[in-house]
Design a protein around this ligand. Sequence first.
Ligand code: SF4
Ligand code: SF4
Length: 472
Amino acid sequence: MYNPKSHKAEEFISHKEVLETLEYAEQNKNNTQLIDEIIAKAKEEKGLTHREASVLLACDIPEKNEEIFKLAKKIKQNYYGNRIVLFAPLYLSNYCVNGCVYCPYHKKNTHIPRKKLTQDEIRREVEALQDMGHKRLAIEAGEDPVNNPIEYILESINTIYSVKHKNGAIRRVNVNIAATTVENYKKLHDAGIGTYILFQETYNKESYEKLHPTGPKHDYAYHTEAMDRAMQGGIDDVGLGVLFGLESYKYEFAAILMHAEHLEAAFGVGPHTISVPRIRRADDIDPDVFDNGIDDDTFAKIVACIRIAVPYTGMIVSTRESQECREKVLDLGISQVSGGSKTSVGGYFQPMPEKEDSAQFDVSDRRPLDEVIKWLINLGYIPSFCTACYRKGRTGERFMEICKHEQIHNFCHPNALMTLKEYLEDYASPETKAAGEKLINEELINFDNEKLKGDLEEKLTQIHQGERDFRY
Ligand code: SF4
Ligand code: SF4
């Protein structure tokens, strides 16, 4: 029944295979010999299977866990260096016909104001985001064929790309909308989107159906097979995610890796990113009613084990998590964070008083983007606004090839420095600017490719003189 190459959800996410994996992991969680073998394989930095990674996740031998964390940090360093890419979510509409019990936008919630941005309002939001310094957005909209049809999403993407405010530009629009048809994915592809992101929420079919009692999202297979349709529609960068807290985290962990293996087996290219959101409080939603919540230590272990299992897949943590928690997982494998986020419709141009707010979830990390940038710099990271890959045609298989050979660093590093320089010139506070300039100089001193260094220094000078949008 379990078949990673199949396009049927119940075959590539076989419930039986997940249960057997969990049993195997439980039986071997103290098997030092096996754990050592898995760690040795992981040290080759080519990834692990869902079964192997599940054993590491279950392992409760403190010294082995230390090794796992150390290895995750090393892999993070080798693949991603000290760069962290920044993005912001942009909520277009909170109209939704689904009944997801963990989301305040569910159809029956009458407490929140429903809102859908007009194209003019989108322009205002994008200008506000550009004034913060953002270059990369993830657009979000509820599922509603009447209020948010695909034409509305496409028009909105077009509007976002068209706004050029001062030196600002949104250079990559990632899209997080409901599962749709191959035809609609083709349209999204043609509109020039970056990554198509769709959270599975939970891979456990029985729980999935209970958590999504009404609306089109109730259909487990249609939702789970969405990435296959997206790839058939020509989108080759897709982003997976589960909402930790809904189901047992070990189940989700094994299944999301099976999903990644499926994409690799069926299309030759794994997921571009994996997101690791945890359920948060929101209007009409009490996270305490879900009894699968995970503590910060478990969360860190999940991040470390995903990093080891799929080294070349980016990992995203949002402002759902507190500054403290984000700090803890950055060096374990996170490659992208959101910053200065508003999770309500229209929240950037006109932040709402809290009681009128229609946020999808409570934001834990409420710091403005400039503070997030300064914080990252002070921690020794290079905040990056890079969007080069898809604009250079480095997507899908081509991107994965470069990643798997650990060569992406040669692009990411100079691009990070150039986009940080743009940020410092255009948006940074004096304090952040000083810290950022110091960081760029230090990075240049240690730059090991002399030829590239010369070219990069020239481009940094040109950015200072007012030119924008260089990329490798
Ligand atoms: Fe709608 Fe998405 Fe919220 Fe479900 S999670 S109610 S589909 S907005
Ligand atoms: Fe991402 Fe590509 Fe830029 Fe690296 S070079 S940060 S992989 S867009």
